[in-house]
Design a protein around this ligand. Sequence first.
Ligand code: ADP
Length: 344
Amino acid sequence: MEKRKQLKPEVLVPRLGEHLVERGLITAADLQNALDHQAAYRDANSAPPLLGSILIELGLIDQSSLDEAITEQIIQLRNALQDANLQLEKRVQQRTAELERALNKLAELNQLKANFISNISHELRTPLTHLKGYLELLLSQDLGPLSQSQDQALHIMQRSTERLEHLIEDLILFSTAERSTIALDVHPVNLANLGLAIINQSITKANEHQVTLHLNLAPSLPFVKADADKIAWVISQLIDNGIKFTSAGGKVTLRAEQIDQFVTVSVEDTGIGISPDKFEEIFEPFHQLDGSSTRRFGGTGLGLALVRKILDSHGSKIRVHSQPGLGSKFEFYLRTAEKQPKRD
Ligand code: ADP
């Protein structure tokens, strides 16, 4: 019985009493009178009737005036709700437009950044070519004899220009990859030969860091479908990082083995390792795990970003397995070539 009373339309409208006073249907004294009655019910510990029922009971308003006032208030509330919805929709539209503008601006900035990197790296390459040429001339003593210390100094300069050239090449590759998809020149590639060549190239660097290099290839590895230069770049980059982040006495191993229609390639080191919560971060361009590592190990933070882009364009993914202090393993797969060329 009590419950049914509470389900009257009046329960939908807040502050009915004030509304009735405002509309002149009852006086403030009437309202107070009815509220006192309601309070009396509460004091007697019984659930009080709704205000409207008390007003009717006291003869302060008739049923139809009360119903009309309640209906009017419900309509007002509905209109207010519609208005609020409209406002909300408008704000959502405004915010969406703002977000779109910000996104376009961001895309524009990204494009500008890529263009800037591309222009600047090409500009850097020209004077570097002159530097390299003259250094070679000087070192070959075509421009006159060199003392031992001059020869040493020029060799240091030559190594620095090589490093600079490397960085510029990475920047150019990165800006190209940012502006368009990487164009691949895909052929059947002999990973065994490629791996051996890369290991041979990296030996000097490994020796400098007193890190040993290991090549562990499964026998009769099939040819894979890949852009040989780009995959060589990826493997070299991973080996370079392995050497860079491994202290003296450690080792870096390049492995390749066939699993069904794929060859899995991995580069594993016994270096400083990476915390699993950083596995995504390290692939972001210009990202290095911390400031001190930048100073200690050098680099641009572009290597892994490019590695991922190149592997993406091969339809491959790179996976990291690592624990701080226990070394890291970077692994990816390449599809075997349909036609296996004859081995020499
Ligand atoms: P860079 O080596 O030029 O800093 P990368 O993109 O190759 O840039 O690597 C990004 C970051 O990932 C590195 O600065 C380093 O913090 C971390 N990282 C990459 N390879 C390794 C590794 N083999 N061992 C530990 N940390 C690594």
